[in-house]
Ligand binder design. Structure first.
Ligand code: COA
Length: 261
């Protein structure tokens, strides 16, 4: 358990749950919350036994209803760039986290909150979830990497519609367009997100990490380089005890016991 004002991290059965709790502001991201999210993930990086992370917002109403508009209202052009770069860097630290990160979205995931969910590797949505990027209605744009990540995830036309109209997208449509991986009854969304993370957590940890890296590397580099990276990762995994264990378990018709090495 980490001690901080707005963000807690608790690990059970090798799965951490990181909770953003600032409910009087629908868990909106002020600079302190951003710092605490970064610190929580930095501390989880040190945990070798960790298998997956679930990121969620406290309460029933919101995952995160955006960056704190009271804070944003003070921006100047110079500080605005810094605010965007800071948010981008912290969300990037989630995207590059070496274990799978699953967003458990139980309500509003708007603006920076939607971008935070997009920086996670997977999203489990309650049937009450509402995603959206309302920034253009405030005279700004999604500045935490959301323009890029949304278009990659749901395609250009849908991303442009969501970014330019600012309209909210309900859970069902979010699932239809690939924004949510799973939609579940509201009462179960955290538990189901943990179960989803746990399913991945039971796979070979180094293979999961390298698969994550390979998929993301392919987004950012030429195809030939991405293929080389994939092949090199494939070769490296052949050196792991977990590869031998996974294949032996299959051949012996038993469940594998992965050690993460
Ligand atoms: N920043 C700062 N405060 C926020 C916030 C945000 N992004 N989102 C919600 N809050 C605050 C509200 O101002 C309100 O504070 P108050 O109790 O002092 O009035 C409190 O959280 C509860 O929100 P409220 O608006 O009363 O809830 P609601 O159910 O009527 O509406 C939303 C919910 C999400 C539709 C509405 O809060 C909203 O539109 N929020 C802003 C979303 C947004 O534009 N985010 C992108 C920011 S870049």
């Amino acid at each position: 358990m980490s001690a901080s004002r707005y963000v807690t991290a608790e690990t059970t059965d090798s799965i951490a749950t990181v909770t953003i709790d600032r409910q009087d502001r629908l868990n909106a991201l002020n600079p302190e919350v951003i710092d605490e999210i970064e610190a929580a993930f930095a501390s989880l990086r040190e945990d070798d036994g960790l298998r997956a992370v679930v990121l969620t917002g406290a309460g029933d109403k919101a995952f995160v209803a955006g960056a704190d508009i009271g804070e944003l209202a003070k921006m100047t052009p110079r500080t605005g760039t810094a605010v965007s770069e800071r948010g981008q860097a912290v969300l990037r630290s989630i995207e590059t986290f070496p274990r799978p990160v699953v967003a458990a979205v139980g309500g509003y995931a708007l603006g920076g909150g939607c971008e935070l969910a997009l920086a996670c590797h997977l999203r489990v949505a309650s049937d009450r979830a509402q995603f959206g990027l309302p920034e253009v209605g405030l005279g700004i744009l999604p500045g935490y990497g959301g323009t890029l990540r949304l278009a990659r995830l749901v395609g250009l036309g849908r991303a442009l519609e969501i970014v330019l109209t600012g309209d909210m997208v309900g859970a069902e449509r979010a699932f239809d367009i690939g924004l949510a991986n799973l939609v579940v009854p509201h009462e179960e969304f955290r538990e189901r997100a943990r179960a989803f993370a746990g399913r991945i957590g039971r796979k070979a940890p180094v293979a999961v990490e390298m698969a994550l890296r390979s998929v993301y590397a392919a987004l950012d580099c030429p195809a030939g380089t991405a293929m080389q990276f994939e092949a090199a990762s494939f070769g490296l995994l052949a050196a792991t005890e977990d590869m031998r264990e996974g294949m032996a378990a299959f051949l012996e018709k038993r469940a594998p016991k992965f050690q993460g090495r």
